[in-house]
Design a protein around this ligand. Structure first.
Ligand SMILES: O=CCCC(=O)O
Length: 517
């Protein structure tokens, strides 16, 4: 199995494709490796160790040993090392961006955008490391005082998805390391190299061997490796980002030993545009949200509800803007829409488009089918359907592909009921200039995060190139605000002040009975 990088790395150490355990390269005990595929060509360009259950013990023991000393580091030492790591990642930005393109398929500008987004987490948790505080509590009982302290929970395991592999590895690992935990990362089989790269940079930055271990595995090996990590008694915390279906399995594995877990699961996010909205702005944000990484984000606008009076006009605007997208390999000059990362996503998108068309949706752009003309890559031209209704598969489940459906609605009451009529609750978006309505929506939409937009932003959202290069335009994800869903979109928060670092900590209460008080 060849490991021929299709580009030259400035730092050849990032081309080391073995696992990282205890600061050393490690192969799978079986000696087996699996292919890493470029979604833009369908070809293998690297290989990584195919680890299984028998490879878990060494990594956990290493992280446990590292935890004994690392958890005693002062918060300032942790913050300083996180800062050094942050700088190392920024210095490796060019290499990391190319790796991201070949792993995920996303266009190079988006890959840079992801790295910039990712390093907001390293930066944020530099600050968080030093701000963990307990409380002092006045007792109702005379002579008694109580205090709480927060302590790192122990070894954490991170199960990271393929859609934003650097951002989500850093969101999880920065919080864990800031808290004083050590971590074992299991990246997705599609995107193992980005995780290996940032872990090698963590070692270079001065984190001790074992503080951040990485075990890679194939698609076939994933359930076994994930289960072994979740059930290992020395793993005290599991953080997972992925589908609700798999999240339920991971949650139940953790529940067997009452293990603490954070679940960032699927979305089925409604994007609601009222007649009084600034259409330019709604369009700009929809373009950024929907087509970012070919529709493969959990916070992507999955169901677009447009009020009747502006429906036809808005459909026209979306079709016109979308037809300007340039589909191509992520490294192609000017490409603004890459392939999907896995062929499974194409199968699902085709099934959804077929189902919608059979139930009365109208095709206004694209084909709803894979595009096989593009050199073996996993492409689908951006597809837009109108007359989409709530009984269609694409309204009921995450699309995760460049397929967009638009539905019509009449009243606020109706659209809120339809938006909430799902098991999911990750994020919702609403566009209106009516401030009273915005507040009502904030309270009535069932989601962990709500994007509420009432007034135009300074930058013109008509500029497609600008939109494509600004990673975070059109969503409310950020390092400083709590990120996480409700309902079947998960539990726990991954960023924000206090909440995210505390996901990796335990609270201990000390009660003092003091003579003479
Ligand atoms: O796809 C999930 C995460 C995307 C984000 O952090 O905005």
């Amino acid at each position: 199995m060849g490991s021929e990088f299709p580009f030259t790395l400035s730092d050849p150490r990032l081309g080391d494709l073995d696992c990282l355990v205890d600061g050393q390269p490690a192969t799978a005990k079986s000696g087996k490796r699996f292919h890493v595929i470029d979604p833009g060509s369908g070809k293998s360009w690297a290989s990584c160790p195919d680890c299984r259950q028998e490879d878990v013990e060494a990594a956990v023991q290493s992280s446990h040993r590292a935890f004994q000393s690392y958890s005693k580091w002062t918060p300032r030492q942790r913050a300083q090392t996180l800062l050094k790591w942050h700088e190392e990642i920024i210095a490796a930005r060019d290499d990391l961006a190319k790796i991201l393109v070949y792993e995920t398929g996303k266009p190079l500008a988006e890959a840079y955008g992801e790295i910039d987004y990712a390093t907001t987490f390293t930066w944020w948790f530099v600050g968080e490391a030093e701000r963990v505080q307990g409380a002092s509590i006045v007792s109702a009982i005379p002579g008694r005082r109580a205090v709480t302290i927060k302590q790192p929970i122990g070894v954490a395991a991170a199960l990271v998805p393929w859609n934003f592999p650097i951002a989500l590895t850093l969101r999880k690992a920065s919080a864990a390391l800031a808290a004083g935990c050590t971590m074992i990362v299991k990246p997705s089989p599609e995107t193992p190299i980005t995780a290996l790269s940032v872990a090698r940079l963590a070692l270079k930055a001065g984190f001790p061997p074992g503080a951040l271990n990485v075990l890679t595995t194939s698609l076939e090996g994933t359930p076994e490796l994930a289960e072994a990590l979740c059930l290992h008694p020395l793993v005290k915390k599991v953080t997972f980002t992925g589908s609700t279906r798999v999240g339920k399995i991971i949650s139940s594995l953790c529940a067997r030993n009452l293990k603490k877990s954070t679940m960032e699961l699927g979305g089925n996010c409604p994007f609601i545009i009222f007649e009084d909205a600034n259409l330019d702005q709604a369009l700009g944000q929809l373009m950024a949200l929907k087509w970012r990484h070919a529709g493969q984000a959990c916070v992507s606008s999955n169901r677009v509800y447009v009020q009747r009076g502006i429906y036809d006009k808005f459909v026209g605007l979306v079709v016109q803007a979308t037809s300007q997208l340039k589909m191509g390999h992520g490294m192609d000059e000017g490409a603004t829409l890459g392939p999907v990362t896995t062929p499974r996503s194409l199968d699902r998108a085709e099934e959804m488009a077929k189902d919608a068309l059979a139930k009365g949706a109208k095709l206004v752009l694209g084909t709803g089918s894979r595009d096989d003309s593009n050199s073996g890559g996993y492409f689908m031209a951006p597809t837009i359907l109108t007359n989409v209704t709530d009984d269609m598969l694409m309204s009921q489940d995450e699309i995760f592909a460049p397929l967009l459906g638009l539905s019509v609605f009449d009243s606020e009451e109706e659209v809120v009921q339809r938006a909430n009529n799902t098991a999911m609750g990750l994020t919702s978006y609403a566009f209106t200039k009516n401030v009273d309505r915005l507040w009502r929506l904030f309270e009535s939409l069932e989601a962990g995060m709500i994007g509420l937009v009432s007034k135009p932003q300074a930058a013109s959202m008509r500029n497609l190139r600008l939109i494509r290069s600004v990673q975070n335009t059109g969503n409310n994800s950020s390092a400083e605000a709590p990120f996480g869903g409700i309902k079947e979109s998960g539990s726990g928060k991954e960023s924000g002040k206090g909440v995210a670092i505390e996901e990796f900590m335990v609270t201990k209460t000390g009660t003092f009975t003091i003579e003479g008080l």
